[in-house]
Write a protein that binds this ligand. Structure first.
Ligand code: CA
Length: 228
């Protein structure tokens, strides 16, 4: 899963980044409010950690802006201990939670996991969709007793499809989310990795399949029961 940190104090941002990467999240950092807003509007992130005092555009204005555009990404505000009012203001304008600086890694991760669990199917850190389970710490795919190891890219692609089950994802969306804007790879890579995933889903005997919607993209769904 992809998390965005918007924080102008580079040391804090990098510290959080390390904690999150250790917990197997993909992380990007933005160091001012305007670029933070730009990143959020790309809609490739699953959650944003947002500082309040930021150059160019403050955290509250960012939340107001994205909520007014109907973007529902979970937002956790990073607030300074002295600014009690910030917590209330943040929650009132549409942030989901806050963490007070300085925070410890355990608390931060617990808050993040709670938020991600809120609108996802996650149990014990594992993601369960239809008849398959994905483990983000080991990159293993499970269906009952069967399991298979995934590469990092396969994992990211399948996770994205699982998080958006039964929704058609365009190649562009998939590419930006899994490979990233600045990657030199080609869109063709998606087809290659989808075929890898199909083999692995078949290997574990999953009813979950990836359908190609010609000219549009892909979606994860459940194979319909065969008659007889
Ligand atoms: Ca700041």
């Amino acid at each position: 899963m992809k998390i965005l940190i918007v924080e102008d104090e580079k040391e804090i941002a990098d510290g959080i980044c390390k904690i999150l990467e250790k917990a197997k999240y993909q992380v990007d950092c933005a160091y001012d409010g305007l670029s933070g807003l730009d990143y959020i509007l790309s809609e490739i992130y699953d959650l944003v950690l947002l500082d309040v005092m930021l150059p160019k555009l403050n955290g509250f204005d960012i939340v107001k802006n994205i909520r007014s555009q109907g973007i529902h990404i979970p937002v956790i505000m990073l607030t300074a201990k002295s600014q009690v009012d910030d917590k209330i203001t943040g929650l009132n304008i549409g942030a989901d939670d806050y963490v007070t600086k300085p925070f410890d890694a355990g608390e931060l991760l617990a808050r993040i996991n709670a938020r991600l669990r809120g609108n996802r199917e996650i149990k014990d850190g594992r993601i369960k969709v239809y008849d398959i389970i994905l483990d983000p710490t080991t990159y293993m795919l499970y269906k009952e007793e069967k399991s298979v190891k995934m590469s990092k890219t396969e994992y990211c692609l399948l996770e994205y499809l699982m998080m958006n089950k039964n929704i058609i994802l365009s190649k562009e969306m998939i590419f930006n989310k899994v490979w990233g804007y600045d990657d030199d790879s080609e869109y063709n890579n998606i087809e290659v990795y989808v075929s890898f995933l199909r083999k692995k889903l078949k290997f574990v005997n999953a009813k979950t399949i990836i359908e190609t919607k010609k000219g549009v993209g892909y979606l994860l769904c459940e194979k319909e029961e065969e008659n007889g």
